[in-house]
Ligand binder design. Structure first.
Ligand code: SAH
Length: 346
């Protein structure tokens, strides 16, 4: 069970307060100078006092911080009220601003064979506050570091956990950021292993913000995907192609917001033939963008990264078919902050 959220505690303290009161409280969390409820002058003193006593200003605390040698990546191990550890990452991006990579769960139940988080299993899902506060943590970190560029422009759900296995908290957190910061939904990406029933719900959900969606594909062959992504359901690829078709129908103007992620693992999914199969599948799905990720090594796993030459050949196959392919820059490997390396060990 996750700890009670701020909104639940607020309602517990002030059951008769009108809804705008909690929105004021939430807005205060993002005020640059504010350090606690005591300084939030829109509330009468008595109310501030009970908030100070009952509602945490910050739901997470810093346990340990690491900084990459090139100073472009920071990783924070955070602790929850019930003393669980999880990780969040701050990365310099191509626009010379920052991207925050957030976790949605402590651990993960999906057990993708090449991912460190998968190996630890699922401890619990994070609450919306614990997701929201990962951004607030980095905002205050940057405010306290005047030598660093201040602006966070993007948020990606690519830390620990499967966001669509915790979709109500993820949605609430996104709405909070969109309401109270200048980060718009198209600068937020939710990366999913492909939880089809939840993806179906999103197509119908008018309250789901127009964020970008990235689907971790890793193989365009059903039997091969089942081996490396064990959460793969029967006929996953056919169902995914159908989902992409419906996504285009319903959200045609957002077609470009769909990306496939493909982690390249030497000798597993990086052959010319597999590239051709992938290109055909992408075509069938209405040509979403493709992000290839060179595998980051995880201790104790028998996988290695593909050579750059092989990655280049793989990308060539995509380019020949007119597929928009990007290679993800690997960052923070020296502090185990790269994709698939998050485990929150002591
Ligand atoms: N559960 C979500 C978020 C995972 S992390 C998802 O599956 O999409 C974001 C990306 O990193 C995913 O595409 C994931 O498959 C990939 N990844 C996991 N382990 C990796 C590794 N060792 N090297 C490179 N990418 C990895």
């Amino acid at each position: 069970m996750s700890p009670l959220t701020r909104v639940q505690r607020f309602q517990g303290c002030f059951p008769d307060a009108p809804a705008f009161r909690f929105r004021q409280a939430e807005a205060a969390l993002f005020q640059p100078g504010a350090t606690g409820w005591g300084s939030v002058s829109v509330f009468p003193k008595a109310m501030r006092d009970s908030m100070e006593a009952k509602i945490p200003w910050m739901s997470v605390a810093l346990h340990r911080m690491a900084e990459s040698k090139d100073k472009e990546t920071f990783k924070a191990v955070l602790s929850t009220e019930d003393n669980l550890l999880f990780e969040t990452v701050l990365m310099g991006n191509a626009r010379e601003q920052w991207t925050v990579c957030v976790s949605s769960q402590v651990g993960c139940a999906m057990r993708c064979v090449f991912c460190a988080t998968g190996a630890m299993g699922l401890k619990r899902s994070l609450s919306s506050d614990e997701i929201v506060d990962q951004l607030r943590f980095w905002q205050s970190f940057l405010r306290a570091s005047p030598a660093l560029e201040a602006r966070i422009s993007n948020i990606v759900f690519m830390g620990m956990g499967e966001p669509l296995a915790n979709v109500s908290s993820v949605k609430r957190a996104i709405r909070t950021w969109v309401d109270h910061t200048d980060i718009g939904p198209t600068h937020i990406t939710v990366s999913t292993v492909g939880v089809l029933p939840v993806m179906d719900q999103l197509l119908e959900d008018k309250g789901w913000p127009p964020v970008r969606i990235a689907i971790s594909l890793h193989s365009a062959d059903q039997a091969e995907r089942e081996k490396i992504v064990p959460s793969t359901v029967p006929h996953f690829l056919d169902k995914l192609a159908d989902w992409c078709r419906r996504y285009r129908q319903i959200l045609g103007n957002r077609r470009h917001h769909l990306t496939f992620e493909y982690t390249l693992i030497s000798g597993v999914n990086d052959s010319g033939e597999q590239a051709e199969t992938l290109a055909r599948f992408i075509e069938r799905c209405g040509k979403p963008k493709l992000n290839v990720i060179p595998l980051n090594i995880v201790a104790g796993k028998p996988f290695t990264a593909s050579e750059q030459e092989r990655i280049d050949r793989f990308k060539q196959v995509m380019l020949r078919q007119g597929i928009d392919v990007m290679q993800r820059r690997t960052m923070g490997q020296d502090i185990h902050a790269a994709c698939g390396q998050l485990v929150a060990s002591e």
